[in-house]
Design a protein. Structure first.
Length: 384
């Protein structure tokens, strides 16, 4: 249980704070540091891209050395948050956001083999879901910090302190609870690696498309809401809190996948994510803060559960190298987010919010339907 809780808190710091915190604080950053206005969209894309690079690096080592990768995840979260706290120059801000974005790719990859090595197989899916729901806790924490009567600098330094503390606690818990998790794993043979990559192609494409649609909310959601007059800049923390509250339902992801199957769960949750984005569009049109908060509750629950399904999908396709397979799917998901963030950043200057909302929702729904369009993907590697 200690490992599950500390793992959840590491995910909370890596995602809810170091990564998604930039989008949450965008209105206040823009108000306090006007020089950053032109790079906020690129900061989102940079975070998504650095996440992919970190996950790709982790995929090569994480199944053999998960604890060092976990420690690196905490280090990048601390550096990223501290950098954003003091960055007034656009280049420094982009660099800090880039480093912070790496933490999620490292943390998710590291926790999969650590948990699998410490938990009985019949409980592993549930514990993985609990750890992955840390994104929800992080969103709530970041939202509460955003509501504190403190400056942007203090808020980001608090998140840096939290990130360093929980990474240390989880690292210690993994040493005492998963002593065998860090032992070297045998790499699959060449034919097995090819089979794994082939089996991951469909979920990878689906993840990239759905990820592109979700980027509108994470990169520009608070700005769209404040521009529409639904909430003021000082109240945007409630959006992240709402997403986090909804995301707590992600602890049920394992049960949902058992009932619907992985592909069925993926499709249903992606379509629910699309519906939440459309509801956010209605909130923008009506300038309703309450409706925006309701939309974020649904979005947070569906989105965080969606990422949990990717972990379960990877574990089923490649049970012997689940950490590396998870990295591959998260890379695909995040590359889609990077492309989506850059695309929406460019389109935001020429299109109104309604076309952006429709495009984002359409991408999420399409990603879900593609994932459901083909027969179930079984394990690509025969078990001994």
């Amino acid at each position: 249980m200690l490992l599950a809780v500390t793992g959840m808190l590491v995910i909370a710091s890596a995602y809810g704070m170091a990564r998604f915190g930039v989008g949450l604080f965008a209105p206040r950053l823009l108000a306090d540091r006007t020089t950053l206005g032109g790079v906020l969209g690129w900061a989102g894309a940079a975070q998504f891209t650095s996440y992919c690079l970190a996950a790709a690096l982790a995929a090569r080592f994480v199944d053999r050395y998960p604890r060092p990768v976990l420690l690196l995840a905490g280090t990048t979260a601390v550096i990223g948050c501290a950098g954003v706290a003091w960055a007034t120059n656009p280049a420094v801000f982009l660099a800090a956001a880039t480093v912070g974005g790496m933490s999620g790719g490292l943390a998710s990859a590291a926790l999969v083999p650590i948990i699998d090595g410490a938990v009985a197989p019949h409980r592993s899916a549930t514990v993985q879901s609990i750890a992955n729901s840390g994104s929800a806790a992080g969103l709530i924490g970041a939202g509460l910090i955003a509501l504190l009567p403190v400056g942007v600098e203090v808020a980001w330094l608090l998140m840096a302190l939290f990130s360093g503390t929980v990474a240390t606690l989880c690292w210690r818990a993994s040493r005492t609870r998963s002593g065998e998790a860090a032992l070297p794993h045998d790499r699959p043979a060449g034919s097995a690696r090819l089979a794994i990559r082939s089996a991951l192609a469909l979920p990878g494409v689906s993840a990239a498309i759905a990820g592109a649609g979700s980027a509108l909310v994470w990169s520009f959601g608070p700005l769209l809401v404040t521009d529409a007059g639904a909430l003021d800049a000082a109240s945007t923390g409630t959006l992240w809190i709402a997403a986090g509250v909804g995301g707590l339902s992600a602890i049920l992801t394992g049960k949902i996948a058992e009932r619907w199957g992985v592909e069925g769960a993926w499709c249903g949750l992606a379509v629910t994510t699309a519906a939440a984005i459309m509801l956010l569009g209605v909130a923008l049109i009506t300038a309703s803060g309450l409706l925006a908060i309701a939309a974020m509750i649904v979005f947070g629950g569906a989105y965080i559960s969606l990422t949990g399904v990717l972990i379960l999908w990877a574990r089923r396709v490649a049970p012997g190298t689940a950490g590396a397979a998870t990295s591959i799917l998260f890379i695909a998901f995040t590359l889609g987010q990077a492309a989506g963030s850059a695309l929406f950043g460019l389109l935001r200057g020429t299109l109104g919010p309604t076309p952006l909302i429709v495009l984002a929702a359409g991408l999420c729904a399409a990603g879900g339907l593609i994932g459901r369009a083909f027969p179930s993907t079984k394990s690509a590697v025969p078990r001994p």
